[in-house]
Design a protein around this ligand. Structure first.
Ligand SMILES: *Cc1c(COP(=O)(O)O)cnc(C)c1O
Length: 346
C-alpha cells in the first residue's frame, strides 16, 4: 500500500525504535523523566519560548491551550476550515465552554481585515449581550487549506491586529516544521508572533506518539493543571519522547523531499484528464484534487484506489494526498500511474 492518506501513517524507523528502547526514563507526571525534560528544553530552544509541556497529541495541545487562554462564554476566532473547528469533535467548546467564530480565509490564511470582520460580528458594540472575544487561532501549515504556509509577514500583520483588538494569539503548529523547511524562516521567528504554539511529532516527523505545547512560564504553569485535569499526565513517557528527539535530529531537513514529492504528484495528477488539482503548486506536503470529469464519486474513487494499492482520503468534495517519510519518489510515480489507469477506465 502506498500510504498517501495522511502523514500520520508513518511507522517508526528501526533507528527511532532503538533510541526509544534505550531511553532513560522517570515519572513524567512528577517532572522527573529525563528524556521528556530534554525534549522540552530542546523545543523551548527551537521555538524561543520560556516553557513547554509534553502531551500525548496535538488535539490535546489545542484543548489545553484554549482552556488556558479562555473563560467559559468567551469567543475564540479561527479560520472557518480550522482543525479546531472541523476535526476535534467539538472538544474545545465542550471542555472550555467557548464558542468559535469562523474567520473567512483564502486556503486557511486570513487577513487582518478578515480577522477584524469576525471580531466585529462577535463584538457588536454597544450590544451588551455579546460574548467576549479572547483568542485568535492560526494553523501552520493549514491542513484543509492544502498545506498552505503563513509567511512571516502575514503572521506579523495578524499578530499586530490581534494586539490592537486585545486578543491573545495561538498557533496550531502541527506542521510548523514543514513551513520552516519550505520557507527557510526559523521556527522561533514564526513562534515569536504568537503567545502559545505547539508542534506535532506524529505527522511528517514520523514519531509514534507526542506533541509539545510551548509558551510563557506562567502560561505553561496554568496549562499543566489542565493537562492533568484532561488525563494527559503520563509516567515513563521518555520512551516516546525519545522518538520525538530522534525525529528532531533526523527527520526535519528531509521534509524538503516530501515537498518535492508533493510537487511531483501534483504535476503528475494535473496531466490526467478528468482530474482537477486544487493545489497545482503545493507549498508543502499536501495535494488536494477533485475528479469532476470521472464517472465516479469520491468514495468510489478512494475505495478503488485503495483496492489497487493507494490510500487516499476524501475531504468534502475533494481528495487529499499527503507525502511523508514512508512515501518515496518511486511510490509517487506508481500512484500517478495507478490513478491514470483508473481515470482511463482500465
Ligand atoms: C493532526 C492535526 C491536529 C491534531 O493532532 P493529533 O496529534 O492528531 O491529535 C491538530 N491540528 C492540525 C492542523 C492537524 O493536522
Amino acid at each position: 500500500m502506498i500510504p498517501l492518506a495522511s502523514d500520520t501513517e508513518t511507522k517508526p524507523t528501526e533507528a527511532m525504535r532503538r533510541a526509544m528502547a534505550t531511553a532513560p526514563v522517570g515519572d513524567e507526571q512528577k517532572g522527573e523523566d529525563p528524556t521528556v525534560n530534554r525534549l522540552l528544553e530542546r523545543v523551548c530552544d527551537l521555538l524561543g519560548k520560556e516553557a513547554a509541556l509534553f502531551l500525548p497529541g496535538g488535539t490535546m495541545c489545542n484543548l489545553v491551550a484554549l482552556k488556558t487562554h479562555t473563560q467559559p462564554g468567551d469567543a475564540v476566532l479561527a479560520d472557518h476550515m480550522a482543525h479546531i473547528i472541523r476535526a476535534e469533535s467539538g472538544g474545545s467548546p465542550f471542555a472550555s465552554g467557548v464558542l468559535i467564530e469562523p474567520i473567512g480565509s483564502e486556503r486557511g490564511i486570513f487577513s487582518p481585515r478578515a480577522l477584524e470582520e469576525a471580531y466585529g460580528k462577535v463584538r457588536t458594540a454597544p450590544w451588551p449581550y455579546a460574548p467576549t472575544p479572547r483568542l485568535v487561532c492560526v494553523e501552520q501549515t493549514h491542513n484543509f487549506g492544502g498545506g498552505t504556509v503563513w509567511t512571516l509577514e502575514e503572521l506579523r500583520s495578524v499578530h499586530d491586529k490581534s494586539r490592537e483588538l486585545g486578543l491573545a494569539l495561538h498557533m496550531d503548529g502541527a506542521r510548523l516544521l514543514n513551513a520552516v523547511v519550505a520557507t527557510g524562516t526559523a521556527a522561533r521567528q514564526f513562534a515569536a508572533c504568537v503567545d502559545s504554539v505547539w508542534i506535532d511529532f506524529t505527522k511528517g516527523l514520523g514519531a509514534p506518539v507526542g506533541a509539545v505545547l510551548a509558551g510563557s512560564k506562567d502560561f505553561i504553569a496554568r496549562a499543566r493543571l489542565y493537562k492533568h485535569m484532561f488525563g494527559g499526565a503520563m509516567r515513563q513517557a521518555g520512551i516516546v519522547a525519545a522518538g520525538c528527539l530522534h525525529a528532531l535530529d533526523h527527520h526535519v531537513e528531509r521534509l524538503a523531499e516530501d515537498h518535492e514529492n508533493a510537487r511531483r504528484l501534483a504535476r503528475g495528477l494535473s496531466r490526467i484528464s478528468g482530474i482537477r488539482v486544487l493545489t497545482p503548486e503545493p507549498e508543502t506536503n499536501m495535494v488536494f484534487f477533485e475528479i469532476p470529469g470521472l464517472p465516479m464519486d469520491v468514495p468510489t474513487f478512494t475505495a478503488e484506489a485503495r483496492r489497487r494499492g493507494v490510500s487516499l482520503v476524501g475531504i468534502g468534495s475533494g481528495i487529499r494526498a499527503v507525502t511523508h517519510l514512508d512515501v518515496s519518489r518511486e511510490d509517487i510515480d506508481r500512484a500517478v500511474a495507478i490513478m491514470e489507469e483508473m481515470a482511463s477506465g482500465k
